[in-house]
Design a binder for this molecule. Structure first.
Ligand code: THU
Length: 158
């Protein structure tokens, strides 16, 4: 039997073309990026998350001299939510970045480990989590579900 995995996504030439609710979320991610602790990579990442009650939680990457001990912005935000708002569903997560590690037009998409953690968050609730990825040139991609970014992730349930 042949099967297909398929998903649709939206692109915008600038995040300011997003609906206002999402623009607010992007703004918060840009505030968070300024507080990142990334002295080793010099690449700052900001994540903002809108919860079901419309509260917004932010995170940023936190690096460490023992490199693997650091944590990505997305997981800082999601684990904070797990620790403090375990019963709140997540509506949307937004990611922005600042630095030379990627070129301006490079897609800023979450790393594999963050996708796995995002998938667990999605599986803990009965709604999908929307992902907004803003490149450094402001081009923006909106993906409707974490499952789209990590087909067959660990714990996948058909
Ligand atoms: N980083 C994130 O915060 N999120 C990602 O999705 C990918 C990478 C961080 C980790 C590290 O502090 C820096 O970016 C360079 O890899």
């Amino acid at each position: 039997m042949k099967n297909d995995f398929h998903f649709s996504y939206e692109t915008y030439s600038h995040w300011k073309d997003l609906p206002i609710e999402d623009q607010v979320l992007v703004d918060k991610a840009y505030e968070a990026v300024e507080l990142a602790y990334a002295p080793y990579s010099q690449f700052q990442v900001g994540a903002s998350v809108r919860l079901d009650n419309d509260a917004i939680v932010t995170g940023n990457n936190q690096e460490n001299a023992a490199y693997p001990s650091g944590l990505c912005a997305e997981r800082v935000a999601l684990f904070y939510i797990g620790a403090n708002y375990p019963k709140q569903s997540i509506k949307t997560i937004c990611i922005v970045a600042k630095g030379d590690l990627l070129s301006l037009s490079n897609l800023l998409s979450p790393c594999g480990a963050c996708r796995q953690v995002m998938l667990e968050s999605e599986n803990r609730q009965d709604t999908k989590i929307k992902i907004i990825m803003v490149n450094q040139d402001h081009r923006t991609m909106v993906i409707p579900s974490v499952l789209d970014l990590l087909p067959f992730g660990f714990g996948y349930n058909e």
